[in-house]
Each structure stands twice: as structure tokens, then as C-alpha cells.
Write a protein that binds this ligand. Structure first.
Ligand SMILES: Nc1ncnc2c1ncn2[C@@H]1O[C@H](COP(=O)(O)OP(=O)(O)OP(=O)(O)O)[C@@H](O)[C@H]1O
Length: 492
């Protein structure tokens, strides 16, 4: 996973005026170097701020610069995230007095620094922080105060912190949130709170405005932190906080899941079969962290179980070559610098989009065909790539292609082959495994059969063991991500 937090050993003598200069005309005459004391200077390099002080030179990546300002006495103060280890960054400050006081010059230079530090990412985000005190091993509050809040504060964000009080509280908070006051809802939790927040937005009369306007991000404080892994490329709380500070607004497809009379929004996955069972039947083993998924898989494999169902699928790309081509076409595009979706105006009624294919209660849509899957072992539809830190289950997944990636694996597969298939995930050979059926789809209906009871997982939450239907909504939700258009996962 890429991680841009380390202080690079870039060439400090590279001419900063030669490359990567994104400054506008107003700033063109601002010098790159600020003389700060007889033997010290601050220089805006290509990727980093170069600090020369008494013959020592070091660089601070622009990515790590959180804020800069002048103090009353004219001192230039720069706040940045300092890497104290591979997994932890902490805010630090450097401050220097200009050799010749010139507040206009200092302000202009700081503006240029912040432009390089933030690029297309919004500065001083207004953030509603939600902390789930029961997320993961119950340490969300501790993690927030130690690793996350200091980064947000150093970046001069406006923070409004609330602790969730009960199951479903995230839905209530999002449903009544004054969305004009916030740019981001940051969930210090597992994947459960983002799921609730998007569902809370989905219940509003201005659902589409809320879903486009307010980005939902996760700071990894739970046992399942897929949202963060995929968009920030890390499950370290402080690195994720830094990534969120620098995150680009990125549209994310969301799916409607209908079952009975309920319509739920799903951002992560829907599963029936072995993965659902592992996800839901091993909740009591949360203390194991993500290892519980591997453990659960091995235990269940011994049984070699089939989960028969009738399935209808609306296919977009029906074979691996077409899936790979779609992925590569998107990955080849330059990073997104702006969000070009239309934001419905405030006050306009804009509830969730209508369902193109109706609900599970409607007759099968025209052209759909229910196909018996009597030997089904795993039906797994994913919207993101990583499902857990070592599990890039859906390497071809894309945030805004309007598709779910669908994996089907037979339950009759020999145990040795099943284990080889599991191991193939970490070796990045899963996608090409001949035992894995992989497609991109826009909707499906699944009707489990010949089983009294079982597990169905939507975003890691258990839903009743009954038929359900899913339909994708292209770019309905919004996240912040490192590169704006593909996940922080190895693709295909
Ligand atoms: N104060 C609370 N008391 C009890 N449950 C809560 C509270 N706040 C939030 N929850 C619930 O905790 C559940 C799990 O949350 P979260 O995803 O943050 O943690 P997690 O450890 O990663 O769990 P999971 O692995 O199930 O996703 C959510 O369904 C949420 O509604």
C-alpha cells in the first residue's frame, strides 16, 4: 500500500522552479526561497519544503504539511506531520523569523506553500466527528484523542465531536445533520458507522444533496476498516488522519438492497455463503482483529459447504478480460482534480433515486433470468477492493463505475483448491484463479433455497436470511481519497 508520509531523501538542490509548479499567476512572482535568519532558508521544492539551517538540510514532503501561518511577531510557523515510525505520524512545528520583516511576502509565500500542500484538496475542512466507543476493541476514543485529533487540529479543521450512544445512532445523527455546516463526516469506528451515516443521509428528503455534499470518511478504529484501507491506503489512525486532511473528493457508487419492505444503502459488500458466515458467525472473536476472517475460513472449509440459491444477474462485463480492460481504462486516466457532479440546491426535494428494477417484492424485471446455483459456495459482491487488510478480494473494483464486482466460487471445490484460492488473495493471484468466477454487474436478485437458516451479510451487518435484490447507483455517495479515482489497492 502506498504511503506518502515518510520524510523523503529528495535532492534538496533540485531547481524548484523547473517542475511541478502549479502556482497561479498571482503567485508567480513570489520567490520560492524565504530567507529566515543568517544561515537559514525555507525553499519550496518540487515535492517538498526544503529547510536549510546552519548547513543542515532536510525536506518535509508537501503531503505532510498541515498548516502554515505568521505569528504576531512576524514569525513563520509551519505545522507538519512528522513520521515517528512507519505507522505513526505526529504533528510538529518549525518556526522561523524572516531575515527582513515583510508580512506581505510571508503571507504570499505561505499561500504558495499551502497550495502545494493541499492542491485540489479543501483546506480547513469542517468535520463532524463520530466516535463509536464500542468499535473494534473499544479503543476508538483513545485512538481519536491520541492519533487523530492532533492532526485535525494542526490542520486547523473545524471539529464537532459526538460519541455514538447506541446501535443506529449514526443513522439518526446523519438524518438530522445540518449538512450546510459540514464538509465531512469522519467516523472513528469500523465500517458500521459509515454504513449508518450513508443510510441516515438516504432517509432525508434532500438525500441526494447530502450524499454528494458531505464526504463520509473512516478513521480506522474498528475491527473492519475497509473504507479507510481502500481510500487512504492504510489502517493506521494517524496516517489515515493525514490522508483525510489531503483527501480529494471522490464519488463512490452506492447500492440499494431491498428485502421485504426495507431499502438499505450498501457501500461495501453483500455476501451469501462462506464469506457471510465467517463475517457474521465469528463476531465473538473480534479480539483477534482481522485474523478472525482467516481463522473462520479455515474452520468452515473443513465442512466444505454449499449454499444453494437461485440467482439473476444484470451483467455489465461478463468475463475477466473485459473486467481487466475496464479497470485499466479507468486507472490510466489522470487523477481527478474536481468533482463534476451536479449538487442539487439546498431545500430542493431530492430523495434517493428511484429503483430502475423495482424491489424484491416486484416480479423479476424483463430480461432477467433466475439461474439455479445448487453448488454455490460463495456469492460475494463487492464495491471496494480491500475487504480487510490482507484481503484484496476485488482488485478490479472501481469507486465510480456504477458496478459491483461479483465473485462466485463453487462449494464443491476440493479443500486443497479452496485453500490455494484463499492463499491466492494475498499473493495477488486470486483474480486469475480458474476457480474464481469474476464479473462486473449492475444489479442482482438472489433467492437462497433448501436451507432453513443461514447468513446474509450487507456491509458486514447481518440481514434476515431471505431473498433480496440489489441495484447500483453510480456515484451516489462521496468519500475523500488519496487519488480521486481508483482505490489504494493493487489492480488488475
Ligand atoms: N454506544 C454504542 N453502544 C452499542 N453499540 C454501538 C454504539 N455506538 C455504535 N454502536 C454500534 O456498533 C456497531 C459496530 O460498529 P463499528 O463498525 O464501528 O465497529 P466494528 O468493531 O468494526 O464492528 P464490525 O466489525 O461489526 O463492523 C454498529 O452497528 C453501531 O451501530
Amino acid at each position: 500500500m502506498a504511503d506518502g508520509a515518510g520524510e523523503d531523501a529528495i535532492d534538496p538542490f533540485r531547481d524548484p522552479s523547473m517542475a511541478g509548479n502549479t502556482t497561479n499567476d498571482v503567485q508567480a512572482d513570489v520567490p520560492a526561497t524565504l530567507a529566515v535568519g543568517r544561515n537559514a532558508s525555507l525553499t519550496l521544492g518540487t515535492d517538498a519544503l526544503i529547510v536549510t539551517d546552519n548547513n543542515t538540510t532536510r525536506s518535509i514532503l508537501f503531503y505532510n504539511v498541515l498548516w502554515a501561518e505568521t505569528a504576531d511577531d512576524g514569525e513563520v510557523i509551519i505545522h507538519y506531520a512528522h513520521a515517528v515510525s512507519k505507522q505513526v505520524v505526529r504533528p510538529q512545528i518549525i518556526s522561523y523569523k524572516l531575515e527582513k520583516p515583510d508580512s506581505d511576502l510571508a503571507e504570499a509565500w505561505i499561500e504558495r506553500l499551502l497550495e502545494k500542500a493541499y492542491g485540489a484538496s479543501q483546506r480547513q475542512k469542517r468535520i463532524k466527528v463520530l466516535i463509536n466507543p464500542f468499535g473494534g476493541q473499544g479503543k476508538a476514543s483513545q485512538l481519536y484523542h491520541k492519533h487523530i485529533a492532533p492532526i485535525f487540529a494542526a490542520a486547523r479543521c473545524e471539529l464537532d465531536v459526538e460519541t455514538t450512544k447506541h446501535n443506529g445512532h449514526g443513522i439518526e445523527i446523519a438524518q438530522s445533520l445540518d449538512i450546510e455546516k459540514y464538509d465531512v463526516v469522519a467516523c472513528c469506528s469500523g465500517d458500521g458507522i459509515p454504513h449508518e451515516v450513508w443510510n441516515g443521509f438516504g432517509r432525508r428528503e434532500d438525500a441526494q444533496r447530502a450524499l454528494v455534499k458531505v464526504a463520509v470518511v473512516q478513521l480506522p478504529c474498528g475491527s473492519g476498516n475497509a473504507l479507510c484501507l481502500n481510500h487512504n491506503g492504510t489502517d493506521s489512525p494517524s496516517l489515515a488522519a493525514l490522508a483525510v486532511m489531503k483527501g480529494l473528493r471522490t464519488p463512490l457508487d452506492l447500492a440499494s438492497v431491498t428485502q421485504g419492505d426495507r431499502r438499505t444503502l450498501s457501500f461495501l459488500s453483500q455476501s451469501v455463503g462462506i464469506v457471510a458466515e465467517i463475517d457474521l458467525a465469528t463476531e465473538h472473536m473480534r479480539w483477534m482483529g482481522s485474523a478472525r476472517f482467516t481463522y473462520g475460513f479455515l474452520i468452515r472449509l473443513i465442512k466444505k459447504t454449499c449454499y444453494p440459491a437461485d440467482i439473476a444477474i444484470k451483467v455489465v462485463h461478463d468475463n475477466k478480460e473485459a473486467v481487466r480492460a475496464a479497470y485499466r481504462a479507468e486507472a490510466a486516466k489522470p487523477p481527478r482534480t474536481h468533482d463534476d457532479r451536479i449538487l442539487p440546491p439546498p431545500g430542493e426535494a431530492c430523495g434517493l433515486p428511484l429503483l430502475k428494477y423495482g424491489t424484491m417484492n416486484d416480479p423479476l424485471p424483463d430480461g432477467w433470468e433466475l439461474v439455479p446455483h445448487d453448488e454455490l459456495g460463495n456469492f460475494y459482491a463487492g464495491n471496494l477492493a480491500y475487504m480487510s487488510p490482507d484481503a484484496n478480494f476485488f482488485p478490479a473494483a472501481l469507486p465510480g463505475d456504477g458496478c459491483l464486482d461479483l465473485i462466485r466460487i463453487k462449494g464443491t471445490l476440493a479443500r486443497t483448491k479452496s485453500i490455494a484460492t484463499l492463499l491466492a488473495i494475498e499473493q495477488h493471484k486470486f483474480f486469475d484463479s480458474p476457480h474464481v468466477d469474476y464479473q462486473k454487474i449492475s444489479a442482482f436478485r438472489i433467492i437462497p433455497k433448501n436451507q432453513k437458516d443461514g447468513y446474509i451479510s450487507v456491509d458486514g451487518e447481518k440481514i434476515p436470511f431471505a431473498p433480496f435484490q440489489v441495484e447500483m447507483h453510480k456515484e451516489l455517495g462521496t468519500v475523500l481519497s488519496k487519488n480521486g479515482h481508483v482505490f489504494e489497492a493493487r489492480g488488475v
